[in-house]
Design a protein around this ligand. Structure first.
Ligand code: FES
Length: 576
């Protein structure tokens, strides 16, 4: 064993003498590991969310192999291990219910094992924040490799985007503008390769946030899953994480308040998902960094929308990669004084220094700062007697005329009631009404599903109208669009004012003034509150009960209250 080895955490397992050292090393040797792997070199955990039930992450075992090559080459000892995976398309009721459970798995798997540094392999939406949250609470040197987007979908000569075009096709089918045969054919054309959604949905957004926070190598987030450059990056990450252990460049040294400020501004410039608000606030909570929903509004107000990707624009991630990807956006924001320079990333240089030479190869995909797709859009945080702790709207994804609107509420007490009534032509509703959905918040559903862009009534769609003001305590898929007010906090199931709205009430939405107002007197609201009873607990036992009893509200990031903060990575007590 080398003199240096005692400085690494793993030496407490593999460097031990007598029976303990024998046990720790001998059982590892059943995998054919040579003895010199235990000579005190950095042990690198490759934390893999691979799963065939998570199609967006199905290629990550191949990525892990490339990481291992780099780790061996740099003199480290790589060990891959699985953690829970969260597949957006299959899991019910919603992956968000399990984000914190996966984060617990990641955290405890890292802490319990002889690891000195970690490479996180993520992909589908919730796998990204869950892995970062868990690793943040351990605070070892950490690099993230996001899985990369799928290639562009291709259908009838057009590019089609995952999620965004599914919403459009299903509305067209309901409105009689698309045949069932074409709808079925589109299904064969959407997902052409490995990778996550290739729109600027939550996965692409969170990959961009991961890079903006400094946790990936420069330019890594946009590389398509099947591009050889993704495998090259994985190899380089394997080398780099070994050096990061030697430099003791820990998670908390990279992801600071200034790094979050950079990420919030980048999120506005890329037209990122509203889900980023919840995930970044939860991650900040793990690190003891103060980050609020108001930061997303305040920091993003002077940031123009530069990236012309669905659902805000027309292109897809493959086009964005060819145009230059995130470094182009970073350079553009930095040159206009919108980013912090003094924030180190995992490669040891700052985010802005890494992007200093970035070139824009397609100015329609990534617009120049002085010719943006849209000005002053960002994410607007609304307040008022309907959302005392805040609500969120993404103006760039909404019909502009609806951003200042007063209308009669039509209330649905649950998503099931909405589904039962929305096709009924006798429903008393027109396009000037405000649709209100309750019971879809963190506790209410439970898990705060992505139903905030709920469907318009069929009779309104048939008029050719495609957007209405919709308000809920739900989230919205990052691939979706519409004049939808989301994340109303406190949620209805926690007794927030949303629970008190009745059909026929008037609601005012004024995005320019950040106002969401229920035009009902305080006296009447107090009377309704006194008569309100909370919904029953969704489950009596197990993780869902734990989640229900401890989940925090949307404006607090929806983490479990006892998971806020971190415990570092002390050496656990020995078992034998
Ligand atoms: Fe996995 Fe969209 S379904 S990223």
């Amino acid at each position: 064993m080398s003199e240096d080895s005692r400085k690494y955490r793993s030496a407490n397992w593999f460097g031990a003498g007598a029976k303990d050292g024998f046990n720790h090393r001998a059982w590892m040797k059943n995998q054919g590991t040579p003895h010199d792997a235990f000579d005190g070199r950095p042990v690198i955990g490759i934390c893999n969310s691979w799963s065939e039930l998570t199609p967006c992450n199905a290629h990550l075992r191949d990525v892990a192999e490339r990481v291992k090559r780099g780790v061996w080459e740099a003199g480290g000892f790589p060990l891959e291990f699985p953690v829970m995976s969260l597949g957006e398309t299959l899991m019910r009721p919603t992956t968000m219910l399990f984000r914190n459970l996966m984060a617990m798995d990641v955290e405890e798997s890292i802490r319990a094992n002889p690891l000195d540094g970690v490479v996180l392999l993520s992909g589908c939406d919730k796998t990204q924040p869950a892995m970062m949250m868990g690793a943040a609470s351990c605070d070892l040197p950490t690099v993230v490799i996001t899985g990369g987007p799928m290639l562009n979908g291709k259908f009838q000569g057009q590019d089609i985007g995952s999620g965004t075009d599914v919403w459009r096709f299903s509305e067209d089918l309901r409105a009689g503008k698309m045949t069932l045969a074409d709808f079925m054919e589109a299904e064969n054309c959407m997902s052409r390769s490995n990778g996550h959604c290739m729109t600027m949905g939550t996965a692409s957004t969170m990959a961009s946030m991961t890079e903006s926070l400094g946790l990936t190598l420069p330019g890594a987030s946009a590389v398509p899953a099947v591009d050889a450059n993704r495998y090259r990056i994985a190899h380089l990450v394997g080398r780099r994480i070994v050096d990061m252990v030697k430099e003791d460049l820990r998670f908390s040294k990279v992801v600071t308040r200034k790094a979050f400020e950079n990420a919030v501004r980048v999120n506005a410039a890329i037209g990122g998902s509203t889900n980023a608000i919840i995930h970044l606030i939860a991650l900040a909570g793990r690190l003891g960094v103060e980050l609020t929903i108001d930061d997303f509004d305040r920091l993003a107000r002077d940031v123009p929308l530069l990236v012309n990707l669905m659902p805000n624009g027309k292109y897809l991630m493959e086009d964005y990669y060819y145009a230059g990807g995130l470094p182009v956006v970073v350079r553009s924001l930095a040159e206009n004084g919108l980013l912090n320079d003094d924030v180190v990333t995992v490669n040891g240089a700052s985010l802005t220094a890494n992007a200093a030479e970035a070139r824009n190869w397609n100015e329609d995909v990534i617009r120049p700062f002085d010719n943006p797709l849209n000005r002053n859009v960002g994410l607007a945080v609304l307040r008022g007697n309907l959302a005392p702790d805040g609500a969120v709207i993404k103006p760039s994804a909404a019909t502009p005329a609806l951003l200042n609107h007063r209308g009669r509420a039509v209330v649905f007490e649950s998503i099931e009631e909405l589904r039962a009534k929305v096709e009924d032509d006798d429903l008393d509703i027109d396009e000037t009404c405000v649709m209100v959905l309750k019971g879809a918040g963190p506790k209410g559903y439970p898990g705060m599903p992505e139903v905030g862009n709920f469907p318009l009534p069929a009779k309104i769609l048939r008029k050719g109208i495609t957007d209405m003001v919709r308000i809920s305590d739900a989230r919205m898929s990052g691939t979706a669009y519409g004049a939808v007010v989301l994340h109303v906090s406190p949620e209805s199931a926690a007794g927030g004012p949303l629970a008190l709205v009745q059909t026929g009430d008037m609601i005012e939405l004024d995005v320019a003034n950040r106002r969401l107002h229920l035009d009902v007197s305080d006296t009447e609201l107090a009377r309704r509150k006194a008569a309100w009873t909370p919904p029953p607990t969704p489950m009596e036992r197990g993780y869902v009960r734990l989640y229900h009893d401890h989940v925090m509200q949307a404006h607090e990031g929806c983490d479990l209250d006892f998971l806020v903060g971190g415990s570092g990575a002390p050496i656990p007590r020995e078992s034998h």
